[in-house]
Structure formats: C-alpha cells, structure tokens
Design a protein. Structure first.
Ligand code: GLN
Length: 279
C-alpha cells in the first residue's frame, strides 16, 4: 500500500465489505478512528491517514482469519454498556438480554433485593441487573479469576457499585446465602456439537461454552442447588440451547421449583427457562 496516500472511508469500507460482513468492517474502522459506529452515517467522505489505514488493514486480515470482532476491538455492546471483553470471557450475545428482561419483569421495583449471577464472565448479566436495580445487591461469581478481573473492570468503568465478585464454581461461592433471584448463562453446548469448531466460538473460552457431554451438566448443578439458595418465592433463570427447553424444564420441576416455564428469544427459539422456589 502507498504509505503517503490518505484513504477515504467510503472506499475503504467498500473494499472491506467484499471480505467481511459490513457490520464487522464498520466496527473495526470506527475502532481505529476512535469514533462511535453512528459517526459513519455522516462521515463517509472522511479520510484515514496511512497509519490508521494500515491498522485497519491488519485488523481486517485478522478478522478474515476468523478472530471475533469483539476480541479485536476489545469490547461488545450489551444492555446499556460497552463491555470490555477478552479471550478469557465469552462474548455477550443479544439473546442473553432476553434473560435480563425476564429477570427484571419478575423483580419488584424499588425494593432492596438479593440477586446472584453465576458464571458472570464479562459481568454482562450482573451489570445489567445491578444498574437497573440500584437498591439491590448482586453477587457475581466465576470459576475464572481472569474473567472476574474483566467483570470487575467493567463494573468500575460503568460506576456500578452494587456488585460483589466471588471466585468459584456455581453455588460454591454463595456459601449458605439465599437470594431473591439467581440468574446464569452457563456453558450448555454439547461436547460434540460441531458449532464449537465454527465462527467466533473457536476463539472463546471452551469452559464458558460447553461442560462436555450432553451440555446439561452445569444446568443440572444449577437446578439441583436452587432450593438451598433461593429465598421463598425466589426465581431461578437459566439460559440454554434452543433444543434444551424440555430437558431444562424437567430438571427444574425435579428440583422442586414451581411456575416453571420456557421463554423464547427474538428468533422464536427456546432460550430461557425459569422457575421459583415455594417451600
Ligand atoms: N449462546 C452461545 C452460543 O450458542 C453459547 C453460550 C453458552 O454456552 N452459554 O453461541
């Protein structure tokens, strides 16, 4: 590439879109420029200098090799946040916002509640619930210290102070505590699912994607332990795979939860199953 020529945004994007999805090209380009993606609407005649154009080309080449855009730019939008993400954390997905909405619609407003997010990763669910329920206290756990460091950084950056982070597996860090609502997006992909070998999933932490086997072992632990960690009337909400709704409802009912139901994501696939504890 000629290192002295300035490059116009529209020409760069046109070329890039032949190699990657338009959304990806726009996210990488505006990352290089330090602008929000909305800036592009009015600035397609803007110019990049040679070093910006070279940085863009490097990121584009890595994207073409499969690296997730969220890891290349170090962040992903979720709820009202721009969350830092690293290869130590799952990349937050829009379907998990469905779980957040379902949780919020079951929490009485303006009441101090106790909430837990188990396997918080980048902190997505915990930050969303803590920010929407400022009087409540959220406990966010993860087995990965590296993931918790990312989640803590996200809470600090967003000035969300009503979260406590604890390291450990599932209910382990909760000790004897009980909660009004426990949410989790656990690993749920079956160990032999070919999707693990495709797309962004190849680059994400495997322990956040799959517990191995039939994909349900983490959900079995979460269902079985719920009665010991929910307050009377408290809710358990679990994200799961589109073909796991029947199995997860059965696990929640077997654990003794009531009002068990499955909610669908925006693409009308089973995605979140919930139930409550009535001793
Ligand atoms: N929803 C993710 C996917 O199917 C998986 C996340 C998870 O296992 N919790 O790509």
């Amino acid at each position: 590439m000629d290192t002295t020529t300035r490059r116009r945004v529209d020409a760069l994007l046109r070329n890039a879109c032949a190699r990657v999805a338009r959304e990806d090209a726009e996210l990488l380009l505006t990352f290089v420029l330090g602008k929000p993606r909305s800036w592009l609407f009015a600035h397609d005649d803007a110019e990049l200098d040679a070093s910006q154009a070279a940085r863009f080309e490097t990121l584009l080449a890595r994207r073409v090799q499969g690296e997730p855009v969220a890891y290349l730019v170090g962040s992903r939008g979720f709820w009202t946040f721009d969350l830092a993400v690293t290869p130590d954390t799952l990349i937050p997905r829009p379907e998990t916002e469905r779980l957040v909405e379902a949780a919020l619609s079951r929490l009485p407003a303006d009441t101090p509640l106790r909430i837990a997010d188990l396997g918080t990763g980048s902190g997505a669910i915990a930050l969303a619930l803590a920010s929407e329920c400022p009087q409540s206290m959220v406990v966010a756990t993860d087995a990965s210290e590296a993931a918790l460091a990312v989640a803590r950084g996200n809470a600090d950056a967003a000035r969300v102070a009503n979260i406590r982070f604890r390291v450990g597996d599932w209910y382990g860090p909760l000790r004897e505590d009980r909660f009004d609502l426990i949410a989790s997006n656990p690993p749920y992909i079956a160990g032999d699912d070919e999707h693990l070998q495709r797309g962004d999933l190849r680059f994400e932490p495997v322990q956040a994607l799959t517990p191995g086997g039939d994909g349900l072992s983490a959900i079995r632990v979460l269902a079985a332990g719920a009665p010991r960690h929910l307050l009377p009337g408290g809710w358990l909400l679990l994200e799961h795979g589109h073909d796991q709704g029947d199995a997860v409802r059965t696990l929640l009912v077997s654990a003794g939860l009531v009002d068990v139901a499955t909610l669908q994501d925006l693409e009308h696939r089973d995605r979140v199953t919930l139930g409550r504890w009535r001793p």
